[in-house]
Design a protein around this ligand. Structure first.
Ligand SMILES: Cc1cc2nc3c(=O)[nH]c(=O)nc-3n(C[C@H](O)[C@H](O)[C@H](O)COP(=O)(O)OP(=O)(O)OC[C@H]3O[C@@H](n4cnc5c(N)ncnc54)[C@H](O)[C@@H]3O)c2cc1C
Length: 467
């Protein structure tokens, strides 16, 4: 039997796609930068089928590409151009297996869409806090494989911090059942950590046990205009002191990003005149009520105005107003994509290093490329910026892409010089694979290769990504 026939015997022929039109959406990434080809897309229904599919591909020496919602931003879930790979889509595996409210845990299959997991938690009076703009499409498996961050990391941590157990199909076709629901387990190496953030290069995550939290009684959002990133960093300090663990998001956006979003997306409106260079979105989650939450935020903001940190601010008076403020922040990637994209960097630095990094790197870039226009936003509370570079009016965006390599080098060198990371939350994928060796020590790379060779000795799990 050829491989397609074998795969059809495992999952049913309806779930082995080979027609060009049917497989097309699985072969291109969200940003439309990577276009691949594949001999088939397989859609298994459960972990046992995934294991059989992996074993069949391994027997045939066929490389595999795990895929969830295909919202990744580094080309990790796109096959190469050889046409030999098989894409394994987890989207049919979308069951919530269990919710344990006494233990505050939920066990879900890897193809569950993040928003559906949040909803299942909410229906049980719990919060699953992972939140990102692609949450209506991105899957838990993809979140785990990229160790996704998002807007609530400040309070709840990355996907890694939210994970208690995993079920993984290994490259050998064995199923590792590590679905423990324990907050303490010191029985040796914590194997799940190897798979979290491994971008599909070590195995296929088929299910996870995740932490739940009490559902806040109220969430209130505010929007504040600040004169500089240094002022935004001081506001973060003040907000933490005033709200403690109640501060669940602290996002920064340049005025240029907001202007672009308002222009491109009719559903988005700016709540304040865009007269300041930077704006901050703060979210407070409260276990009393909305009046209390709004009072805490207003106290923080009036203190910040008195201290000269904040120039203007607005506190949302309803859930609808909060959602409207979030739409500005969450619309930025879509607005940039609509406008032709830009040269992206997803960097992490100590918060204290961010104002000088942005000022000095902006100056360095504009001295070299007079047409450059920074489009910067991100999770300032986590020290994570999307430090993206577009072009000023009159210069086509293609010019920035022509110089992408040099722009990247300048930015990455500035990040490395300050002890930062060239990938805070999106991963390495294909986009940064070639440059990773410049920013990891030889010993770190050697250990990563040794792990890869141990778990995937034939190099069939998502080759051409990460390492
Ligand atoms: C508008 C927008 C906003 C975004 N905002 C954020 C953000 O704030 N924070 C953030 O971290 N990311 C963000 N992202 C990036 C993206 O949503 C995340 O990386 C997300 O976790 C990817 O999930 P996915 O299911 O789409 O994975 P995919 O794109 O399908 O895959 C991503 C990687 O994971 C691997 N993979 C997928 N499923 C599995 C599995 N079950 N087992 C093993 N490997 C697997 C793939 O091979 C690939 O390498 C954003 C993306 C968009 C489009």
């Amino acid at each position: 039997m050829n491989l397609v026939a074998t795969l059809s015997a495992i999952v049913g022929s309806d779930h082995v796609l080979v027609e060009a039109a049917a497989i097309a959406p699985y072969l291109i990434d969200w940003r439309k930068r990577y276009q691949g080809s594949a001999q088939a897309v397989v859609r298994p229904a459960n972990a046992r089928e995934v294991a059989q599919v992996v074993a069949a591909c391994a027997n045939a020496g066929t490389p595999m590409v795990p895929q969830g919602g295909n919202t990744g931003l580094v080309g990790g879930s796109t096959p190469d151009a050889s046409g030999k790979m098989v894409v394994i889509s987890l989207q049919r595996m979308n069951r919530v297996r269990a919710i344990d409210c006494d233990n505050d845990t939920i066990t879900v299959e890897a193809g569950c869409v993040l928003q559906a997991v949040q909803q299942a938690a909410r229906e049980n009076g719990r919060l699953f806090p992972l939140s990102l703009a692609a949450e209506g499409t991105a899957t838990i498996g993809g979140n785990l494989a990229t160790n996704a961050g998002g807007t609530q990391v400040l309070r709840y941590g990355n996907t890694r911090e939210l994970t208690l157990g995993l079920e993984v199909v290994l490259a050998s076709g064995e199923i590792w059942d590590g679905l423990r629901a324990l907050r303490k387990d010191n029985t040796g190496y914590d194997l799940k950590q190897i798979f979290i953030g491994s971008e599909g290069t070590l195995g296929i995550i088929t299910a996870a046990t995740l932490k739940l939290f009490p559902l806040p009684r109220a969430q209130v959002t505010a929007f504040a205009a600040v004169a500089s990133l240094a002022a935004a960093a001081r506001l973060l300090d003040l907000a933490r002191a005033g709200a403690g663990a109640g501060l669940t998001a602290f996002e920064v956006m340049s005025a240029g990003c907001i202007r672009r979003t308002v222009t491109e997306l009719p559903r988005v409106r700016a709540p304040l005149p865009l007269a300041s260079p930077w704006f901050v979105l703060l979210e407070l989650s409260d276990h009393e009520d909305e009046t209390h939450a709004a009072r805490v935020l207003e106290t923080i903001l009036s203190g910040a105005i008195d201290a000269g940190m904040v120039q203007d601010s607005v506190v949302a008076a309803s859930i609808e107003q909060s959602q409207a403020l979030w739409r500005i922040r969450e619309g930025i990637p879509e607005a940039h994509a609509k406008a032709g994209g830009n040269v992206k960097h997803d960097i992490a630095l100590p918060v204290s290093a961010i104002p000088a990094f942005v000022e000095e790197t902006n100056a360095q870039l504009s001295a070299r490329f007079p047409w450059i226009e920074p489009a910067v936003f991100g999770h300032l509370g986590d020290g994570n910026l999307h430090y993206n570079m577009g072009t000023s009016a009159g210069t086509p965006i293609a010019v920035a892409f022509e110089h992408e390599h040099e722009i990247n080098r300048i930015v990455h060198a500035a990040v490395a010089a300050r002890g930062g990371s060239i990938s805070a939350e999106h991963g390495i994928g294909q986009l940064k694979r070639a440059v990773l060796p410049e920013y990891k020590s030889a010993l770190e790379l050697k250990l990563m290769h040794q792990i890869k060779e141990t778990l995937d000795p034939h190099g069939l799990m998502n080759p051409g990504k990460l390492l």
